[in-house]
Design a protein around this ligand. Structure first.
Ligand code: DAH
Length: 348
């Protein structure tokens, strides 16, 4: 028995030496260290021996087993480490390589427009004000001199939610809200915001954006049509082109009297006439006027003491003119091919 053990020891030592990678080592384990391997066979032979011999050889076999298992584990660790090192070597990362450029988003052209408009008006002492898009009939119409049944309501096809609640058709609603919130103080605000109407074509989207302007002061301070004209002139020249002229055309809005539609020299042809201005030399940009006494009164301002002007250009229209975008719907489709053209450089 002793010899058998010694012999097997020698054989297994050689076999282990020959197992020079992890696959071969695994084969060695299966063939020699498993349940049906030669060591188990030796153990089985103990069964027929007497107690003393069983003890003696049993110990020898156990020592042998422990010895060969620890040698096997040692080899296994060695080859595992070798394999890991090989892998690390082949997958080495060169940390000095330049990284891939991270693509930076760009600002939406409407954002670029409003940032410029806000900067301009803040520099003239205006506040930038917000208001709810879900509005009541009262603030959207009634407080702006548009009582129920007024024919001018037909000018704006509305999305009603209930009889009294609608998606605001105009940012003018914030005129009423803001005046109401003030206790007879002068007002100078712009209100950029989303508006909604039931219409859609290349120049009208069901959701679009406006920039409302409102200036209210004591009559003794003479806020006049000249101030409105000066303000819109600065606005147009800053946003659309330095040498533009304005043309005031009488118009009608319920909340202003007198009311105007304001044209700007066509910035494409300089006023000579082209396809953009339909050969008139002018492009309509603003709606504006002197705040109607009924609007002042409805919102807590005495029209004998207070007066002012209001204006409301389409925000999208200004963006379209500024950047030559031919269809308003492009502004709301978020097509990356359009947005990519507006790099951050534009506003830096
Ligand atoms: N709210 C009007 C519209 O959506 C535009 C407008 C006209 C605004 C005259 C004004 C204004 O502030 O004075 O058609």
């Amino acid at each position: 028995m002793k010899e058998k053990i010694e012999e097997l020891k020698k054989i297994l030592d050689v076999k282990l030496e020959e197992a020079t990678d992890l696959t071969k080592l695994n084969e060695f384990k299966i063939n020699y260290l498993g349940k049906s391997g030669p060591i188990s066979e030796l153990t089985n032979c103990l069964r027929d021996l007497d107690v003393e011999k069983k003890k003696e050889y049993g110990k020898l076999i156990t020592d042998f087993k422990n010895d060969i298992f620890s040698k096997y584990e040692e080899s296994k660790s060695k080859y595992e480490l070798e394999e890991l090192n090989k892998k690390l070597e082949s997958e080495k990362i060169d940390v000095t390589l330049p990284s891939k450029r991270i693509r930076r988003g760009s600002k939406h052209p409407n954002s670029l427009t409003i940032e410029a408009v806000e900067d301009l008006f803040v520099s003239m002492g205006y506040d930038v004000v917000d208001g709810p898009e879900l509005e009541t009939d009262e603030y959207c119409f009634e407080r702006l001199n548009l009582p129920k049944g007024h024919p001018a309501r037909d000018m704006q096809d509305s999305f009603y939610i209930t009889d009294e609640v609608l998606l605001r058709t105009q940012t003018s609603s914030v005129q009423a809200r803001y005046m109401e919130s003030k206790d007879n103080e002068p007002i100078r605000i712009i209100v950029p915001g989303k508006t909604y109407r039931r219409e859609e074509d290349a120049t009208h989207a069901a959701q679009f954006s406006q920039i409302e302007g409102l200036v209210i002061d004591k009559k003794e301070n003479n806020v006049s049509l000249a101030d409105l004209k000066g303000t819109l002139e600065v606005f147009a020249r800053k946003m659309l082109g330095k040498n533009l002229d304005l043309r005031f055309r009488p118009s009608y809005f319920p909340f202003t009297e007198p009311s105007y539609e304001v044209d700007v020299t066509c910035f494409k042809c300089g006023g000579k006439g082209c396809n953009l201005c339909k050969n008139t030399g002018w492009i309509e940009v603003f709606a504006a006027g002197i705040v109607h006494p009924n609007v002042l009164r409805a919102n807590g301002y005495d029209p004998d003491i207070w007066g002012g002007f209001a204006f409301g250009p389409g925000w999208d229209r200004i963006t379209m003119f500024r950047y030559g975008i031919p269809d308003i719907r492009y502004l709301y489709q978020n097509d990356i091919r359009l947005l990519n053209q507006f790099d951050r450089k534009d506003d830096e």
